[in-house]
Design a protein around this ligand. Structure first.
Ligand SMILES: Nc1ncnc2c1ncn2[C@@H]1O[C@H](COP(=O)(O)OP(=O)(O)OP(=O)(O)O)[C@@H](O)[C@H]1O
Length: 304
């Protein structure tokens, strides 16, 4: 048994043979550590919300062969003097996209990089949905770059934090209810239909992604989320009804993609390849399917 500890005070503890070296960051309910065993480095997520950890562990296990989510290593329950500590060992990722956005001038990721991010982020959701999972918490901070591969420092975008993910349909296509009944309509960055009281479905992950991309393009979505609830819902509705008029001028180049997103529904299967082509059409002079790299620019690691 390990001594009484708080979730943010686990440096030095060993879990499943991995030594917790460094606190990477903390969220509303947990903390993530960089841990190692010999030369192998992983991320260990510890949380006080056992239901989220269990849910994430099940989702990551399901996604074991998925290359767009962190690789799953283990789920461990460790007795401590003040209760059970729940941890998940998973692939160590690099910086999350919210931190990357914060580091770029004007907090606006350049268009050629932005379309590559959007292309890969759509692939992440396509992959998650192909395992009959809906993520339900799509935001910029829940995407991260993989650790760069040498020698050219190529990275890929992965989606993580599957604590709210849901196995929404079985192999025969029958919908599966979420018995925990979470209230997604209170989440400020939920999609329009979810704000209106519908259950989050795959198309809602894509609508949440559209807000994340808009935010990454330099739009002050945090300020928008502070609008009175009615105003925020009206804006989300107009983004679907008339994207070309509602999009801020700097993001208007993404109109083809937003128009395609408006046409999604829960019945017709989503054509992810078409959505990627719409991203390409938004910026024809640049290859949206090109690789991404972490390069040192002015002494700062920069995603290009
Ligand atoms: N597998 C991972 N590899 C590297 N860093 C990670 C990994 N998973 C999470 N992180 C980082 O750990 C930090 C804490 O993550 P966590 O998901 O607990 O909180 P959050 O997303 O910042 O907040 P919230 O839980 O409120 O959404 C974040 O900076 C996140 O980018």
């Amino acid at each position: 048994m390990i001594r009484a500890v708080t979730i943010k005070d686990l440096v030095g503890v060993d879990i499943r043979g991995y030594h917790l070296n460094r606190l990477i960051g903390t969220g509303s309910y947990g903390a993530v550590y960089e841990a190692s065993s010999g030369s192998e480095r992983i991320a260990v997520k510890a949380s006080i919300r056992s239901s989220d950890v269990l849910n994430e562990a099940v989702a990551l296990q399901r996604l074991f062969y998925c290359e767009f989510t962190p690789k799953y290593f283990f789920h461990e329950e460790t007795p401590t003097q003040n209760g059970i500590l729940h941890t998940i060992g998973q692939e160590l990722l690099g910086a999350d996209l919210e931190s990357i956005r914060q580091r770029v001038p004007w907090h606006a990721i350049k268009r050629p990089t932005l379309v590559r991010i959007a292309w890969q982020a759509i692939s992440c959701l396509q992959a998650v949905h192909s395992y009959n999972l809906v993520h339900r918490d799509v935001k910029l901070g829940n995407f991260a770059v993989s650790l760069p591969t040498s020698p050219n420092h190529r990275v890929t975008i992965k989606i993580f934090d599957l604590g709210l993910a849901h196995h929404y349909k079985d192999d025969d296509g029958n919908l599966i209810d979420d018995s925990t009944n979470p209230k997604f309509n209170v989440m400020k960055y939920c999609s329009f239909e979810v704000a209106m009281g519908c259950e989050p479905m795959p198309k809602d992950d894509l609508h949440q992604l559209s807000y994340a991309i808009l935010y990454a393009s330099g739009y002050d979505f945090l300020q928008k989320m502070k609008s009175p609830p009615d105003e925020l819902i009206a804006w989300k509705r107009e983004m679907l009804r008339e994207p070309s008029k509602t999009l801020p001028p700097l993001a208007r180049f993404l109109t083809p993609w937003f128009e395609a997103l408006s046409e999604l529904n829960d019945i017709v299967p989503i054509d992810y390849e078409n959505l990627k082509q719409k991203i390409q059409q938004s910026l024809p002079a640049h290859n949206a399917s090109a690789d991404l790299y972490m390069e040192m620019l002015d002494g700062e690691p920069t995603l290009v």
